[in-house]
Design a protein around this ligand. Structure first.
Ligand code: UD1
Length: 411
């Protein structure tokens, strides 16, 4: 991806459906034998991978424009290794496959290279529901005749573990309570989808979720929520470029933490019912940011915000509390002249006047987005290698940035 800066972004864009909502929703579809119809499904590579996995498990899927239909019955309890290792979210399959087939065999997950991301909470929760879990030649194997509703306490409000357990408990026998559950909007969306299939989930979006297991889930149609991280990325890009724009199809409540920080840095943000207008004319004031589970500042916006603050008028501090090793973008921003020092999970960013274009590498999805933002403010051509990471989670980023006036292309 080649970004020729500097350019002031200006105009309107429409946000796509949330990657982190559609992935678990696609997976939850396997809980039913009846047809599922999902609207506004984004054309991003993570969705294509999950579709392939679901097809390999025996379900038929068909895409017409942005509507996805799928139906059928699982005929395998072992998703293919080559697909699973490509994304961490594939581990979400464990709960639903186990619940449907009484057994699941899955290799340890892959995904973004952002440090050690264990799955102990998923496994502890499934064991609490009655699964017997073993490690066999690099695969995790879990077995259970019918999962039993139980009380589960999560040591940490993990998004993936909450989703996995909610799906498994939805068709378990009896009532489960997931305590210290994650509060993310994607959890609420998944619960709404399962309830549309006839599930009985209460309290999603609070830290205790009650799941009344049902015998069977039926087919459903659903439109998942817009992507709050994509919205936050474009808001930050517009602010970084000193431009002005309207972001459509966003739920302002979901991006409150990002809006608050952009306002604190000197941008103007105004919210409509499902849109946000953003502009920045003043200097970028330095910020202190700590990433936290929702409703705190999202870790998935940390890299983009760091690119923004690299050109701030003072010293900013970012503390990454969610992931262990999520500063891979720092080295690339430094290559462009950013003045950033890290110590453990803290980064100190001293604003510089200009970023200089360079050839850089997108180590993961959000790092890639950060480099696009940095490239927009640089003086000349920034070449982003391995930009396919960006396609994992941003639908048509080149087209959307181009529509906002960016000089950006793919080669
Ligand atoms: C999800 C999102 C990801 C986002 C993250 C945090 C999807 C597909 N991905 O990832 O974009 O960055 O939430 O908002 O929705 N942990 C454990 N043990 C576990 C599970 C997690 O220690 O069993 C730790 C992780 O290593 C990490 C932290 O908990 O340090 C948060 O992880 P989690 O909330 O589970 O994130 P994901 O579901 O993987």
């Amino acid at each position: 991806m080649i970004v020729n800066g500097p350019c002031k972004l200006q105009g309107e864009i429409e946000i796509s459906t949330s990657k982190n909502a559609i992935l678990p929703i696609l997976v939850a579809g396997i809980l039913s034998d009846e047809p599922i119809k999902l609207y506004r499904v984004p054309a991003i590579s993570d969705v294509f991978i999950i579709q392939e996995i679901i097809a390999a498990l025996g379900m038929a899927s068909e895409r017409k424009d942005d509507t996805l239909f799928f139906s059928g019955r699982l005929n395998s309890f072992s998703p293919p290794f080559e697909l699973v290792r490509q994304m961490r979210a594939s581990f979400l399959l464990m709960g639903p496959i186990l619940a449907r087939c009484g057994e699941v065999r899955i290799s340890l997950p892959g995904g973004c290279a952002i440090g050690n991301r264990p799955i102990d909470l998923h496994l502890k929760g499934l064991a609490a529901l009655g699964a017997e879990i073993e490690l066999e030649a690099g695969n995790i194997v879990a077995r259970s005749k019918r999962l039993q509703g139980r009380h589960i306490y999560l040591d940490y409000p993990s998004v993936g573990a909450t989703e996995n357990l909610m799906m498994a408990a939805a068709v378990a026998e009896g009532v489960s309570h997931i305590e210290n559950a994650a509060l993310e909007p994607e959890i609420v969306d998944l619960a709404s989808f399962i309830n549309k299939m006839g599930g009985r989930i209460f309290g999603a979006g609070t830290n205790v979720i009650r799941v009344e297991g049902v015998e069977k889930l039926h087919g459903a149609e659903y439109t998942p929520i817009p992507d709050r991280i994509e919205a936050g990325t474009y808001m930050t890009a517009i602010a970084a470029s000193g431009g002005e724009g309207l972001i459509r199809n966003v739920i302002p409540e979901h991006v409150k933490a990002v809006s608050a920080k952009l306002i604190e840095s000197g941008a103007r943000v105004s919210e409509g019912a499902r849109e946000i207008h953003i502009a920045r004319r003043r200097n970028i004031r330095p910020l202190y940011i700590k990433t936290l589970p929702y409703p705190g500042f999202p870790t998935d916006m940390q890299a983009q915000m760091m690119a923004y603050l690299s050109r701030g008028s003072g010293t900013s501090i970012i503390s990454e509390s969610v992931f262990e090793n999520r500063f891979m973008h720092v080295q690339e921003l430094q290559r462009m002249g950013a003045d950033i020092r890290t110590e453990g999970r803290t980064a100190v960013i001293r604003g510089v006047k200009h970023l200089s274009p360079a050839t850089v590498r997108a180590s993961d999805l959000r790092a890639g987005a950060a480099l696009v933002i940095a490239g927009l403010t640089g003086n000349g051509e920034t070449v982003i290698q391995e930009s396919e990471h960006i396609d994992r989670g941003y639908e048509n980023m080149v087209e959307k940035m181009y529509a906002l006036g960016a000089d950006i292309r793919r080669e």
